[in-house]
Each structure stands twice: as C-alpha cells, then as structure tokens.
Write a protein that binds this ligand. Sequence first.
Ligand code: BTN
Length: 256
Amino acid sequence: MKISRIERRLAREKVASAGRVHWFDTIGSTNDFVLHREDYHATVCIAGEQTAGRGRRGRHWQSAPGQGIYLSMGWDLGGAPAGGLSLLCGLVVRSVLADAGVQEVGLKWPNDVLLGSHKLAGILVEMSAGRCVIGIGVNVKLPARSASGTAVAAMPATGLVEHGYDIDLESLAANLIVYLNRDLETFMDEGFGPRTAEWDRAHLYHGADVVILGERSVRGRVMGVADDGALSLDTAEGRRVVHGGEVSLRPSAESR
Ligand code: BTN
C-alpha cells in the first residue's frame, strides 16, 4: 500500500489524521500499536499483515498479507459518552464501501458489515484508560477455505474480490480515515442519536425475529437501536433493551 498517496489525500482534506499515518508490512495488531502511543489521537496504523489480529469476543482476526485491509485509528473523545460509537463506525464502513461502488452492504447489530449473508468487514472498538481505538478489518481476497467456511469469524466470511470488485485499496483506506475523522467530530457534538434511523435502515435484521445470545439469551423482534447503540426488542415479556459486549445476534429458528 502506498502510504504517500493516502497522506496526500488526508492533507488535502485537512483532517486531524494528516501526517499521522503509520504503515507496517507486518505487526502484531494495529489496534495495539495505536493504544500504546502517547499521541494516539487521530493516529492511524495500517499493516500489510497482522500476526495477532484481534476480533470481537476474544476471537482471532485472520490477517494474512493480501487478504484484507487492517486499519486502526485512535480518538480522544474528550469525555464525550462513547455509546453508539461502534455502530457509527459500521455506518462509516458502509458509506465508504457504497461510495466505492459496493452498494449491497448491510449491517448486523452491533457492528458486523455484511455482503449478502457473509461477513465482509469487522469493527473492534477498544477503550483503555480513556483512550479509544477503532480497528477495522475489511476482507479483500480470502483463501477459499475461509471464504466458504468459518475460519475468519463465527459466520461465513467473504471478500471484495470474490464479488468481482477490483477496488483501489489506497483510496478505500483513505476514505475510511477521512469519513471517520468527519463523523467522529460530529459524534462528539451530537452523539449517535441523529444516526439511529439511518442505522435501522441499514440493519439487515430490522423487524426480524432474532435471538441475542449472551449470558442470558433474549428472543424477540428487533424494533431498532437507541441513542446509546443498545438494541430494542419486543419479547413475549414486553420491551427489552440489549447492550453490546459479549452478545451475538442470530436469526431466530422460526424466522428462517
Ligand atoms: C470482529 O470480530 O468483527 C472485529 C474484527 C476487527 C479486526 C481489525 S483488523 C485491524 C484492527 N486490529 C486488530 O487487531 N483488530 C482490528
């Protein structure tokens, strides 16, 4: 990846991340790199390969060379509440892909990015001592076994190349950084509230009957997301609100 091209674009856009992009051919985890920097705000790390890429729920994120974009960006929320942040990032990834011509991308609460029923991208937001790091992995060209199986995540994965997309990865990475900068500035002022309707429209399970697997499973119909990113469900016992964390949404057997 040509970082100079990305840097030129960031400078033109005058975003806070201009001059703050670090590239590594190989690294443990781009999220770790940013988390451990003093000057983490708007700092971006992109790698050709991750040897210890992390996914949500303690999973490994397969990050071999040429298989994906591995990008992290730090942000100082300055004490602003972080509720809904990871959902906002899902909207950012979806917009960037849509602007690159990948139109049929949907979201799955809380922050999976799907193409058809397969996972195209994942988002891992980590907080440590008031620091926030947003990690994004976009599948580009997966080996055949991951594309059809479950090696990348708990759901089958797919990549852009398999769907016939030949996308300029530098401009995709640059757009991720530019859109994140723009949307995070607004998020700090307004929170996630103004984006909930957009998120519900993009949610592949809006109005569907689902089961949320967690410490205690919840079965119900998806009614929408709240200002803090929680998911509202209509259940047999009435309205339930589920927060992110160690939960996983599955279509309910009856709705399949
Ligand atoms: C998920 O499980 O869906 C989240 C995957 C997040 C992967 C990205 S790749 C760049 C960044 N660095 C990491 O170690 N993880 C995230």
